[in-house]
Design a binder for this molecule. Sequence first.
Ligand code: NAD
Ligand code: MG
Length: 385
Amino acid sequence: MRRISIFGATGSVGMSTLDLIRREPDAYAVVALTANSDVDGLAAVARETGAEMAVIGDPDRYQALKAALAGSGIEAAAGDDALVAAAGAGADWTMASIVGCAGLRPTMAALKAGGTVALANKESLVSAGALMMDAARASGATLLPVDSEHNAIFQCLAGSRLEDVARIILTASGGPFRTRSRAEMADITPAQAVAHPNWSMGAKISVDSATMMNKGLELIEAAYLFPVGLERIEILVHPQSVIHSMVEYRDRSTLAQLGSPDMRIPIAHALAWPERIATPCQPLDLARIGRLDFEAPDAERFPALRLARHVAQEGGAAPAILNAANEVAVAAFLAGRIGFLDIAMIVEDVLNRYSAPTPGAIDDVLVADAAARRQAGQVMERMTA
Ligand code: NAD
Ligand code: MG
């Protein structure tokens, strides 16, 4: 019986994780489930799975959560510190699927507690990669990548030495605007941006896929998870999202991992690792798909790719600053306050205006994150003034 917790249980990745667990209820005991504001959604899955505790991020919703769990025996808690405490509540497998840097402290706490951490929350690794990898080494935690590309790379690397890797080839769908010119991107609406051609995901990552900032964040994520040197990590556009990434070895043998674009496949891999479990996912029908296409990424039309590679080279606090500015800009775009092309412009502006020393601890990351958010807010005020 595996004791599991899910951070961000009401989100896209969280619900996919719950879907797998639901199919084998006797194999898992649920320790903690968390959400940001959806009290009813959280209470429903906590009751259904018989979780030991449910934690809501918004402290003002504590009473509502308590009321929704009345009579269930499930412990209710609320607020950031409760999220961190829940990460140390005795799970041996934790899904880190909060969106954004908001997931950093709970993910870090789960890593410090040891056990296995299945990582979907790429923004935490982008912001604090060195500190998170150090924490995992120190506690002996196992960090399993859930992002489909990184899970694919992990599978392609199985048992091999990083010294033997010639290249990591990170595939990208190119998003819904892969073939559009810059001029044609100017009027893109939030509804168009969140409609991804291959994957069904939360709003923030869907916008990141449309700007290709998602691939930029994944480049940084890959550099921390698989330290082969940034120059060995390449991005390749592959519109069908069938090959989830590849590893080329120095003998020029290349391994790829393929599958239907369904996050339950990488989640199941992390859930069962080092074994395998059955999933309800569609088998890959290559005869029906017919062909797989590839093209080079275009950093002119998608400046987020250039910005992300730049901050990855710079290291220190730069990735945290890029991530924070991007979170603010994406939220403003989704709220209809800025245009699609403004997102990368704001990120670049913040990177030009603000830098911070290399973080020595998580608090330093959070200081840089907060300052970059303020800068992004000021850049937007000037833009719309
Ligand atoms: P989502 O928006 O669907 O869900 C986010 C979850 O985080 C929700 O449960 C929400 O309640 C919680 N949350 C949001 N803000 C919070 C806060 N301030 N404090 C506490 N909890 C908060 O997002 P998603 O698509 O499931 O993505 C989750 C993470 O997984 C992201 O980092 C994303 O980049 C990564 N990821 C997602 C997919 C996917 O297919 N959806 C694929 C790869 C990686
Ligand atoms: Mg991905």
